[in-house]
Design a protein around this ligand. Structure first.
Ligand code: BGC
Length: 745
């Protein structure tokens, strides 16, 4: 009863949800050509066979949670399984497919899914890192290559992209998304969906994408994974939902529910999210899979008494496929008999799954993706490695570079490479590195050795482990540093300190690494810090003391080469932070698009601030330096006021005032000064990555429409309100040029 009420009170806003007026490019302009075939197929299937299409089990190659279904091969034989995850490889997937084709009555091909998150075997930077490139073409290419390799190994479906907004760096899964900003995440979501799915799902080198985790997962209280989420409907729609909506408009084939609750109802039981918003208001025609056992988890959530009730709730809510829970298989037949679930609901879910199998061409040839020859030819192809290196170097963010410490000269006499991540292969491919083999990854030490002149002497010391209290290796590191002209100090987290179930209450450098940095710093040698981490870290000491800091996240297979490209100036860094770096964990959540409050911080005591620390971040959103300097001219808005139907045009000149060529991400933010509800002090609304030769000036133009200025008003209508706006253009969210305009009715 309670649930029904909660759903009803949220549903009153439904009619006002933003629905575009034009037809969407959903499911790649699917014209309905398979619907008749699906009708005949459904007419021939027993209820158990239909339910089988709604069942997804893990295989035994890889597990990403508890394995609760050991006899999955028996289930496949009986036709009780429609999809398998964590199985890949041409031979292995063919073997599993054969079971269905040879032993089941209906011979409906299996769908193979896998977490191809940042590359399949050629591993690309972790998604948060890749987002720092702000290079949509490179990001799309990364997803394209992941799809090429995954599809050659028999995979049809990736559980990516993750498009969760994350404003809390304690949450380990911040590593898997595109950071804190809705606009940037939305653009990247579209790039990744396009990359995975290409233009035609029937091509052999495309796979189904999955927008996850729907919804609000990144807002887990206190940054603790799986924790409760409690937010207003306005924040949900304005901040957390737009990347999902954009994924639907880009034709994403599948959605995954999140583990958390939204408005008191776990996402896998939320009719509001799954049916009212996703399937009805947005017109999503793909299928919805749960996250791992998340139907069953509605029991401990406390909205149902047992798995049977959980199953009914999930089906009513609109879940099509049960990942690993086993409950659709177990309870749906009885629920159907009792009338708690209607056959029409099961038919609709099965239809959605079958539609995808048709679109992939599996009914023409169930083995078409499992190809040893393509696997051999394509996996880790030289072109893929080159693309991985390209986006890896673009993902690097230069955080500090006092007195042009970087780039180093390739003929430097003696270089010390120190730190627990300097000669480490295992960690550098990052968390969720799918089928990636860390033994193929290029370490920083290897990358540096490959880049320097033959005469350069490289020495190495580990200095410390990543995450323990032992200080016995520090002395040797100091000795190594003393004998060098400069030190590259590679510090950070283990790969699995971010990702799922990897929240941290402290986001300092783990273990004794800061102690190591301090000891090496005392030698007086120039120390260049290379950071590897899956989240923002609090690195105040390094920021104060190290002359140069390079944020590299986890860059994947080509890590060492990409880092060397930047350290020695073969590539001028252009990455910009997709997430704010706080000074202290006590400031969290800290994000750039906050509200002003009634008492904005000032020198007065009774204003919104801390006693012990400023409100400022250590590095703001959008921040990143270059080896050159850029001058921003005055922002010119084409006229002082615009009507709702006009485009707001603005332009400015950006000049490369330094000595080397470089790329700059020119960022556009707005502020709506007075709204019927309070508006953020800044909101990203556009960006352009431009290349400038030394001395070159380029005119950069932006155009904004009333839609770009729209928000959920006091009446929960999505629209722009007339009034005054500021526009800011700059090199990051803090350092900007300002102009303004008025929007009139
Ligand atoms: C994660 C999902 C993932 C799934 C399958 C879950 O634990 O939350 O993101 O896709 O496992 O591996």
């Amino acid at each position: 009863m309670k649930i029904v009420k909660a759903i009803f009170c949220c549903s009153i806003f439904l009619l006002q949800l933003q629905v575009p007026a034009f037809a969407q490019a959903q499911l790649q302009n699917y014209d309905g050509r398979y619907e008749q075939k699906i009708d005949s197929l459904l007419a021939m299937m027993t209820i158990e066979e239909k339910i089988g299409q709604l069942v997804l089990y893990t295989s035994d190659i890889d597990v990403t949670g508890p394995t609760i279904r050991e006899g999955y091969k028996e289930d496949i034989k009986k036709g009780n399984v429609g999809a398998i995850f964590n199985a890949y490889g041409a031979a292995y997937t063919r073997m599993l497919q054969k079971i269905v084709m040879e032993e089941t009555r209906m011979k409906i091909p299996l769908l193979f899914g896998y977490d191809v998150i940042h590359g399949h075997k050629t591993i690309f930077p972790i998604p948060l890192g890749e987002s720092a490139s702000w290079d949509l073409a490179a990001i799309e290419k990364g997803a394209r290559i992941a799809a090429i390799e995954a599809s050659a190994e028999g995979l049809h479906w990736t559980f990516a992209p993750m498009v969760d907004i994350a404003r809390d760096p304690r949450w380990g899964r911040i590593a898997e998304g595109s950071g804190e900003d809705t606009y940037l995440t939305t653009k990247i979501a579209v790039a990744r969906v396009k990359g995975f799915q290409g233009d035609n799902l029937g091509e052999l080198n495309t796979i189904l994408a999955c927008a996850k985790h729907f919804a609000g997962y990144g807002a887990a209280l206190a940054g603790r994974d799986y924790n409760t989420v409690d937010m207003s409907d306005r924040v949900l729609r304005e901040v957390y939902l737009p990347p999902f909506k954009a994924a639907v408009d880009a034709g994403v084939a599948t959605f995954m529910t999140s583990f958390n609750e939204v408005h008191g109802v776990p996402a896998s039981g939320s009719q509001y999210l799954l049916t009212d918003i996703l399937k009805e208001a947005w017109g999503f025609d793909g299928f919805i899979v749960t996250d791992y056992t998340s139907i069953n988890e509605m029991v401990p959530h406390g909205v149902v008494a047992d798995n049977r009730e959980a199953t009914a709730l999930a089906m009513q809510a609109g879940v099509d496929m049960d990942m690993q829970g086993g409950v659709y298989q177990e309870y749906l037949p009885a629920l159907l008999k009792s009338g708690a679930v209607a056959e029409q609901q099961i038919n609709d879910a099965a239809r959605r799954v079958l539609r995808m199998k048709y679109m992939l061409g599996l009914f023409d040839d169930p083995y078409r993706y499992s190809s040893e020859s393509r696997e051999k030819e394509l996996v880790m192809h030289a072109d893929h490695l080159a693309a991985a290196r390209d986006v890896a170097k673009k993902s690097i963010v230069l955080l500090k570079n006092e007195n042009n410490t970087l780039p180093l000269k390739k003929n430097i006499r003696k270089l010390a490479v120190i730190g627990p991540l300097a000669d480490n292969q295992k960690e550098i491919i990052g968390s969720w590195s799918a089928a990636g083999d860390f033994k193929k990854a290029v370490t920083v030490l290897e990358g540096i050795k490959a880049a320097v002149s033959p005469a350069t002497k490289i020495t190495y010391a580990k200095g410390a482990n990543i995450n323990d209290n032992l200080t016995d290796q520090i002395a040797q590191a100091v000795k190594t540093a003393e004998q060098a002209d400069a030190v590259i100090l590679v510090l950070g987290e283990e790969a699995l300190m971010s990702g799922e179930a990897s929240s941290r209450s402290s986001i300092d450098l783990p273990g004794v690494q800061q102690q190591l940095a301090q000891a090496v710093h005392r030698t007086g040698k120039p120390v260049i810090v290379v950071l590897m981490n899956g989240r923002p870290l609090t690195i105040n000491w390094l920021d104060k003391n190290a002359p140069a800091i390079v944020e590299t996240w986890f860059l994947g297979t080509q890590t060492g080469h990409a880092i060397a490209d930047v350290l020695f100036g073969d590539y001028n860094p252009s990455g910009k932070l997709p997430v704010t770096f706080p000074q202290s964990v006590g400031q969290i959540p800290l994000f750039y698009n906050n509200k002003n409050t009634g008492r904005p911080r000032s020198d007065q005591k009774y204003t919104s601030k801390y006693l012990d620390i400023s409100n400022e971040p250590l590095y703001p959103f959008g921040f990143g330096l270059s080896y050159t300097t850029f001058n921003y001219g005055k922002v010119a808005v084409s006229k002082p006021s615009y009507t709702m139907s006009e485009n707001i045009m603005l332009e400015l000149n950006v000049t490369n005032t330094g000595k080397v060529a470089g790329e700059e991400v020119v960022q556009l933010y707005i502020q709506d000064l007075v709204g019927s509800v309070t508006r953020p002090v800044k909101e990203l609304k556009g960006f352009q990555k431009i290349f400038l030769a030394p001395g070159e000036t380029k005119k950069v133009s932006f155009s904004l429409s009333a839609d770009d200025l729209a928000f959920y008003t006091r009446d929960m209508e999505f629209k722009a309100e007339p009034g005054f706006f500021k526009v800011f253009v700059g090199t990051n969210s803090r350092d900007v040029q300002e102009a303004g305009f008025e929007l009139v009715k």
